[in-house]
Design a protein. Structure first.
Length: 190
């Protein structure tokens, strides 16, 4: 058991296999054609990567940001050199995959343009989509470039690092704020 649960890839593979069995076993009646199966899998992947993205956003805002000032200086490199870069890798790619899958789902279901145009009856999902797009933009074009400076992944002097850390934190908190109504819009779209 230790060997299995110590291997993240094995656990993810087993979880994927169980999800497929669940889809086919309990939801098989909805998979009469490949299109229905593809749609269900895309929605499931969109949700999976969305949970990963928002989960990491909440980790940063509820755990890492408030805890870092309490960590002794000699221990901070463990977070800034190892944990934060790894978490930011999954954070930014989960954001991108979530958004791309969401756009693909909306496009395939033919509500992408009406939703982005905030037309009835797509206003709620449209607001959710716009919030998600803004959040993903913040991840890739504000948070990540500033975190690279703050964490020393790219060269920067101490003043630049401090300013970059503050900017990344403000936009991360902005995304936390936006995630609350975004999640409401996504969950309540029917």
């Amino acid at each position: 058991m230790d060997k299995f649960f110590g291997n993240l890839h094995a656990v993810l593979g087993a979880g994927l296999l169980l999800a497929i069995l669940l889809m086919l076993g309990l939801n098989g009646q909805n998979f009469e054609d490949g299109i229905a199966a593809g749609n269900a899998i895309m929605r499931w992947l969109h949700t999976f990567f969305g949970v990963l993205w928002i989960g990491l956003l909440y980790y940063f805002n509820f755990v890492q940001i408030p805890t870092m000032p309490k960590i002794p200086a000699e221990l901070k490199p463990g977070v800034s050199k190892h944990i934060a870069p790894a978490a930011l890798f999954w954070f930014r790619w989960a954001a991108l995959i979530t958004v791309l899958l969401g756009l693909a789902i909306a496009g395939h279901a033919k509500y992408l343009a009406p939703a982005l145009g905030l037309q009835d009856p797509y206003k709620l999902i449209g607001v959710g989509m716009w919030l998600g797009l803004i959040m993903a933009f913040n991840v890739w074009f504000v948070i990540w470039p500033n975190q690279k400076k703050a964490l020393g992944i790219v060269e920067a002097d101490d003043a630049t690092k401090a300013k970059a850390a503050k900017t990344a934190m403000i936009f991360s908190r902005t995304n936390t704020l936006l995630s609350i109504p975004m999640l409401y819009a996504m969950v309540n779209f029917s």
